[in-house]
Ligand binder design. Structure first.
Ligand code: AMP
Ligand code: MG
Length: 384
């Protein structure tokens, strides 16, 4: 990969420096390179030459002399310290007085190879490539790197009732909001994205066609068609296509109908992970965050940690109902340095609009229980 395609990816090789860093002893200030022994306060030295960054010194510094030197420039032979210009006075074009109280050997000099020596490791395989690592790659002359590529994810959106978002829904129809939602989630989770066939109709032939194409990628995310309705044909079609079901239904609210399976491809090591997400937008979101995001992280070589977890104090009572683990849309913030969380007045898994103000999901474990204001609970931060 070119270095500029590698941001956020995980490095798949060790990288060593091809040169000494820095490549020469260099000055870290603007000032005068001299011999520390002869630089008592008040000493007047003869200026030999001026070396700016990019130049090479031509004169040896002897007792009684100094070279005017700029930050980054190579230290001339004979010099063992640099006094910063602020601690000197220029007496004439060729004479400088040293006013520094105490000049120590090595002062203001960054030694050759003091950062890394030629051949020494600078980056370890498994490192996530951030802007810092991009800079390091340049320092060691790497324009290409081996990195774990983003997993390719394809979206299959199902539902006879769906119309594209640029249309006004007719009777019985709704807009396809999951396409936008899942596209955003997949991009945030740093998957490469593909979409198959627009809106796929709820019949076996259409599903088979769209899913077969999608199966070329590492991850397939299907929206809709995994519940118990007469047109929820996705699990059956996936099974017919040779996707081995791992589980169907989870003890989760929202998101109970979730389906997950794995497709192995003859003669190919790479498997396809297939997630059938329930079509209600908030179920889609929660299932993606809890199941698909960690899978993408794992395939990317990262720790599959999912969304960042936190704890916060409830600002109001919340009644947890039923036997399913619940992720309730909520707003988290700070008051007096303490995290506090407010569950939103959410109308259920079809109510995406209320999530406009949500920045986290509040977790309530299964079981009927009244959570009281002031109790500490667990939350998952949503990405911004
Ligand atoms: P399903 O999972 O297909 O049974 O759909 C469950 C609910 O989610 C139904 O009310 C659907 O209309 C709705 N729904 C399904 N797909 C989408 C989508 N792409 N965008 C918005 N809502 C959807
Ligand atoms: Mg449907």
């Amino acid at each position: 990969l070119g270095w500029n395609e590698a941001l956020g990816l995980v490095l798949a090789e060790d990288i060593a420096s091809d040169i000494d860093l820095p490549p020469h002893d260099k000055s870290v200030v603007d000032g005068y390179a001299l011999q520390a022994a002869g630089a008592a306060p008040g000493a007047v030295l003869t200026i030999l030459e001026e070396i700016t960054a990019g130049m090479v010194p031509s004169k040896r510094v002897e007792p009684g002399t100094a070279t005017r030197i700029m930050t980054g420039a190579p230290i001339p032979a004979g010099a063992d310290a640099v006094v910063m210009v602020e601690q000197t006075a220029l007496l004439s074009e060729s004479r400088v007085r040293i006013d520094a109280p105490l000049v120590k050997q090595g002062q203001n000099i960054m030694r050759r190879a003091s950062s890394r020596a030629c051949g020494e490791q600078v980056l370890r395989s498994g490192t996530t490539l951030r802007p810092i690592e991009m800079g390091i790659l340049a320092e060691v002359g790497r324009t290409d790197v081996q990195a774990i590529p983003r997993p390719e994810l394809s979206l299959v959106i199902t539902g006879n009732e769906l119309v594209p978002s640029n249309q006004v829904p007719g009777p019985g129809q709704i807009r396809n909001s999951n396409f936008n939602l899942l596209t955003g989630l997949a991009i945030q989770a740093r998957a490469g994205m593909f979409t198959e066939g627009g809106i796929v109709r709820d019949d076996s032939a259409s599903l088979r066609k769209a899913l077969t194409t999608a199966m070329r990628h590492h991850v397939v995310v299907v929206s809709g068609g995994v519940s118990m309705g007469v047109l929820d044909l996705v699990p059956q079609v996936l099974t017919e296509l040779g996707v081995e079901q791992v589980f169907h239904k989870v003890n989760l609210k929202p998101g109970k109908p979730l389906w997950f399976g794995v497709k192995t491809h003859p003669g190919r090591e790479q498997k396809t992970l297939v997630f059938g997400l329930p079509g209600n937008p908030v179920s889609t979101l929660v299932c993606f965050e809890l199941f698909v995001r960690p899978a993408i992280q794992k395939l990317s070589g990262l720790e599959p940690t999912g969304l960042p977890r936190d704890r916060a104090i409830l600002t109001k009572d919340h009644q947890q109902r039923g036997e399913r683990a619940t992720y309730w849309p909520a707003a988290i913030g700070k008051r007096d340095g303490e995290s506090e969380v407010t569950p939103l007045p959410w109308k259920g898994s079809g109510d995406l609009a209320t999530l406009a103000g949500a920045n986290c999901l509040a977790y309530f474990p299964p079981g009927e229980r009244l959570f009281k204001a002031g109790e500490q609970i667990e939350v998952l931060h949503l990405s911004s």
